[in-house]
Design a protein around this ligand. Structure first.
Ligand code: CU
Length: 125
């Protein structure tokens, strides 16, 4: 009985969270500039902004990622991306979003206690 209550409560929390998140989750990130989707991003201990990053399948994507604190990395295995991010110096990451789905991007440079949780989602829709 208690378990059923907990499952019900969890479902309610998820519904409420889903409504609160609203359409922003599926809104395409950044701006189209000369046919390239440009997304300015920040990396910090321990996360990325924006998160998720949303693009459209077929987009030529240019991520401009700047660390606001220490040296981080930025990696998306499925798109062959792995670069270092130096504090205050934008790194430019170009790739074509040629497959749809949800992909994890993550910090690839040990940066402190929360390094393992420093990740986000790239949604290609
Ligand atoms: Cu890290």
């Amino acid at each position: 009985m208690k378990k059923i209550f907990l499952v019900g409560l969890l479902a309610l929390v998820l519904v409420v969270a889903g409504c609160a998140g609203g359409s922003s989750v599926t809104e395409v990130s950044g701006n189209l500039e000369n046919g390239v989707r440009v997304v300015q991003m920040k990396a910090f201990q321990f996360g990325f902004d924006p998160n998720p990053v949303v693009v459209v399948k077929g987009d030529k994507v240019k991520l401009v990622v700047t660390s606001t604190d220490v040296t981080h990395g930025f990696s998306i295995a499925e798109f062959g991306v792995n670069v270092q991010l130096f504090p205050g110096r934008p790194s430019i990451i170009d790739f074509t979003a040629d497959k749809s789905g949800t992909f994890i991007f993550y910090c690839s440079v040990p940066c402190g206690a929360g390094h393992r949780s420093m990740r986000g989602r790239l949604i290609v829709k």
